[in-house]
Design a protein around this ligand. Structure first.
Ligand SMILES: [Zn+2]
Length: 104
């Protein structure tokens, strides 16, 4: 039996897909709002986005560019793997208590 965390009609997996687009700067503004709504209501996504933000700053450096160049394929692959890890951890535990609680 498979269950997914769904907030505002978006599952964590969909968020993952959207974040990939976001990293490519291809995300439509409307979706960006829904993405934020999901992330705010979803513990695993909050934690991931926090690490994602830090990673992006590291990858892009602090050059103060208005429009930073897209992340390299390698950098994006690392972020994908990181997110896949978050999703896996979520799948293996009770989705109603993501991260923080250990259900035995
Ligand atoms: Zn989520």
């Amino acid at each position: 039996m498979e269950r997914e965390v769904t907030v505002d009609g978006l599952s964590c997996r969909e968020i993952f897909e959207l974040l990939s687009a976001y990293l490519d700067a291809e995300l439509p503004p409307g979706l960006c709002t829904r993405l934020s709504a999901h992330i705010e209501g979803c513990g695993p996504c909050v934690e991931f986005v926090e690490s994602l933000r830090r990673a992006i700053e590291l990858f892009r450096g602090f050059e103060g560019r208005e429009t930073p160049p897209p992340l390299s394929e390698e950098a994006r692959e690392k972020l994908r793997l990181a997110y896949a890890g978050v999703i896996d951890a979520t799948d293996q535990s009770n989705l109603e208590s993501p991260l923080g609680k250990v259900v035995e």
